[in-house]
Design a protein around this ligand. Sequence first.
Ligand code: PLP
Length: 392
Amino acid sequence: MPAGADHLMNTYLRGPLLLVKGHGVRVEDQAGRSYLDFVGGVAVNTLGHCHPHVVEAVKQQVERLIHTSNLYYNEPQLRLAEALVRCSFADQVFFCNSGAEATEAAIKLTRKWAKHHRGPDADEILTMEGSFHGRTMGALSATGQPRLQQGFEPLLPGFRHLSYDDLAAAEEAIGPRTIAIIVEPIQGESGVRLPHPGYLAGLRRLCTERNVLLIFDEVQTGIGRTGRLFAYEHEGIQPDIMTLAKGLGGGLPIGAMLAIRSVADTFTPGSHASTFGGNPLVCAAALATLETIRSEGLLPLCHEMGDYLLGKLQILRSRRSIITDVRGKGLLVGIELLTAGRPVVEACQAEGLLINVTAERVLRLMPPLIVTRHEIDEAVTIIDRVLSAIDS
Ligand code: PLP
């Protein structure tokens, strides 16, 4: 373990790798060894490491104004809110610092909306089994994974978990107390699970019919990850509330909760707050990220590279019986194995490729949207080599 590791609380399963710098799709460790990074900061490094546009925006902002608090307006925050509203369904934005905080903000807005629009007894939020919405107590209560909740009880009341991708279950579950459904367009943390086409549109229809809010957690799928700026666009529908974080800040910590005006309006001064939320520095980085996604045409590129990666992995699947499924959208890709994924992750790292495992047996690939065919070829060759050693 690197010096100092002893002083960190033991909350992550990690090896001794210590990364010191990165450029594009590559990172380098202390010993100067280079790795192809297909974890991408867990779907954060949309533009790769240290993209010059983000670096320049941060440099300029850091010399101008770093922090002000939300007692005053700041220019990057105003411009980012405007940009997000312009490119999404939403009318207003609340800024925070992470995905979990965005979930908390969505829960609070939903509860407040319900007090005004649904009556005092309506307080139930429906959420999905296998979902992941963050680690703070509210977000953890919304998360549909008992193993993550164990030991932290009592959880926040007012959540009921349903099976994902099951429209009939949702239809049956909505009752007089139900105020919202929160759902990930793709469940990233529980193994890159994609619902059937029409599921999200079906939820939209049910929510509209029953005066229930539809919340999309796009913390992982948002900001171009699936080949559209937001995954809901694939379905031709819109939520009432959306949460964002990860890819939004180009590597800097930011979260956001977006909503339509009739819902957002229920927040008034004092309803919610965050000291750092919408800090000028992170907002400048986020603006540069959004602008670069547009100017470099990264959405069609993500779509193209995602198809290329999936195609190569399908070929691998036909040759390697250890692979039971390959799935994904854009550059959020899962490779399901017959056996545990961790040894594969470790062997890939030893070969110079960083990937990640979720749900025990699903290798997850989330390379930056700037990844090239050549880098994809290189990654797939390493995965193939590692799997062939395990398979034989
Ligand atoms: N929601 C989803 C869908 C996520 O994937 C994550 C993190 O993986 C979160 C929420 C929580 O985000 P954070 O780790 O920034 O709190």
